[in-house]
Design a protein around this ligand. Sequence first.
Ligand code: 5AD
Ligand code: SF4
Length: 424
Amino acid sequence: MCYAIPGRVISVDGRTVTVDYFGESRKAHLVNDSVEPGEYVYAQGGIIVGKVSEKDALEILDTWKEKFFELKNVDAGLAAPETESVLSPILKKAESTGTLSRNEMLAVLSAEGDGLQSLYSTANRIRKDNLDNACCVHGILEFSNYCETNCLYCGIRCGNKALKRYRMDEEQIADAVDHAVEELGFKALVLQSGEDPYYTDDMLVDIVKRIREKHGILVFMSIGERSRECYRKLYEAGAYGALLRFEISNPEIYGRMRPGKKKEDRMQLIRDLNELGFVLATGFLIGLPGQTKQDIINDILLTKSLKPDMYSFGPLIPHPGTPLASVEKSKLNDVLKVIALSRLVDPEAKILVTTALETLSPDAGRAALLAGGNSLMINTTPPEFRKFYELYPGKAKEESVDDTIKKTVGLLHSLGRAPTDLGI
Ligand code: 5AD
Ligand code: SF4
């Protein structure tokens, strides 16, 4: 399985590399490595993460040659032309300018009936016109479900005493990463845990170094609030990605949902991650109690203002072992509207279709990819741990990771999407 197509370096200008993929050129950045024109490389999240020999590259490119163009045609065929609806003036404005007023954003979030289909197909067209058919498929490894924080919405909050806890040690993490990279073919992996101080900065740095010495992959850290210094060391060790949602822009709801935590601290850390050079994924939860449409507009605009490399937002799925057990689950359309609206106001964004969304309906992943979404994550946590990383109910799928990969790639191909990240 292959989640990245090797590209041939055409030119190097300082830290910016121009890479060719079947005659199309894209840009990617160099962090520590150096490359020469003519070499073959893998880019993930706009960063060169590894080199590949010419022989291997040509072999892989040969398997992609026809598929690459075939998929583009399928995608183009599915991108429906403009249809008239009550939302048409707003959608036309978004398509030509990439901006909307707050009132227009509100009208989009309030859309019903016919307006919905034209909204989703416009968002899909904007995605295709700006980003083509590339769809990042990242793996995620949940290495510890201990968390010292007590977010009201989260199944692994420290207050949930009923949950069996686990921590993977360095060896287990290294083995799981080897499997995800060598057997499953991932080129980008998110290392996720609760806020677990058991892992010292040095331990995390060692884990990252060990991975990066062996694998040319993009490592994302998703470990919650650690010091800026900790993240700086992790970047230096070779983890160039960070996933940290701000969760909710409304400060009052934030204070209620995350006892003992300050929104400003989290925002500062997210800005720090950007400054440190991380490929940043951030976003928010949809459906928290008290969150209004105006809050969601603020959530989208705040995400945009952080200039993330990837939007990561999803519906709250109430967990029975949390104080939010009886909150009503979001409806699929409410989440699709947020995806589509984000696409309208940030045409070049990578928008992750989260697994939480996929639990709302068996067809949710497909619907989200056709409403502006263009990135996915696949859980590679070893089965013996996976069921305990229960942020929300229904998260751990019964099927094997191989089956999930097969299904995901099948879905992407049926939509004309290439499961690959080419750069920018
Ligand atoms: N439903 C959906 N998402 C959740 N998260 C935590 N609890 C839930 C839930 N019940 C999300 C948070 C966090 C991410 C790791 O998981 O947004 O940032
Ligand atoms: Fe911990 Fe994150 Fe869950 Fe909050 S959302 S309890 S910080 S794992």
